[in-house]
Design a protein around this ligand. Structure first.
Ligand code: MG
Length: 292
């Protein structure tokens, strides 16, 4: 029996989850919510996480009915993500690992999404579309790496949709004066174009790898229109589509605990002096020693 506690705080959610051999014992989280039309800034987000993290940790332990001495490993998000929020959560994980005298493990956030999706849906070897406010990647497993088949480097799809809405608000009169389309037309058109691009890239990766499963993860992965478009492609290829709901699709602590569980069982640990964070941490940097 292996019990892992996971700490996630790379963006505007602070989450703590506890996993015991494939069972989610608890997974509370808090979201830093800014006024409509405003994005979240790293410093303010870190302050929010700092204010909440100990409450969320107590909640996770209470809900799971687990005492610190029963925990085998403390996992935290090493990156990618926003610097200040990542640092805040890493400090808490580092401190607790020393207080409780438990090994520490830095986890790649994207791999957390993949491993949680595999656990929840039962997909064994899916081509993964990870699409959120901060990340957009098409990933497939091959020879001990989660390999990236397509990604956006300048802006993630979720951020693009949000930012477009903000720009539209400021520029709406000019755009509307220039043509006969409504803001709704423009939003729909952008969404259809972006999602079609994601589905096409996923299909290309599937064809390349001979994959018959698709797993959608990340916050934008909750979008039902995206899931519908992906389902049509999968049906045409005789492939199976897997998606999760908001509890596990959106950033959460259990996903870090689950990836940590796999890694810890395969012998990974992070020495205290190596327990830093990094804003850029590619999915394919990690050797996936826990899969064949
Ligand atoms: Mg994420």
């Amino acid at each position: 029996m292996t019990i892992v506690i996971g700490f996630e705080g790379s963006a505007n959610k602070i989450g703590v989850g506890i996993i015991k051999d494939g069972l989610v014992l608890s997974n509370p989280r808090r979201t830093y919510i800014t006024p409509p039309g405003q994005g979240f800034l790293p410093r303010d987000t870190a302050k929010h996480h700092q204010a909440c993290v100990l409450d969320v940790t107590s909640e996770a332990l209470e809900q799971a009915c687990i005492k610190p001495e029963e925990i085998d490993c403390v996992a935290y998000t090493k990156g990618p993500g926003m610097g200040a929020p990542l640092v805040c959560v890493a400090i808490v994980a580092r401190t607790l690992s020393q207080l409780w005298n438990k090994p520490l493990l830095g986890v790649n956030h994207c791999i957390g999404h993949i491993e949680m999706g595999r656990l929840i849906t039962g997909a064994t070897n899916p081509t993964v579309l990870y699409v959120s406010g901060g990340n957009t990647q098409v990933i497939s497993y091959s020879e001990r790496r989660y390999r990236i088949f397509g990604e956006t480097i300048d802006i993630a799809v979720g951020n693009c949709l949000d930012r477009f809405a903000r720009v539209l608000k400021e520029a709406a009169h000019r755009i509307l004066a220039a043509g006969d389309c409504t803001p709704e037309d423009l939003c729909f058109s952008l969404q259809e174009t972006l999602f079609a691009m994601l589905v096409e890239t996923t299909e290309r990766a599937m064809a390349h790898c001979g994959s018959e499963e698709v797993l959608i993860v990340g916050g934008v992965g909750c979008n039902l229109r995206l899931q519908k478009m992906m389902a049509v492609m999968c049906e045409e290829r005789d492939a199976k589509l897997f998606a999760t709901d908001e509890r596990f699709c959106i950033d959460n602590g259990a996903m870090i605990a689950q990836a940590g569980w796999e890694m810890f069982r395969a012998g990974h640990v992070t020495a205290l002096q190596d327990s830093w964070i990094t804003q850029r941490y590619r999915t394919d940097e990690v050797e996936v020693t826990w899969r064949d």
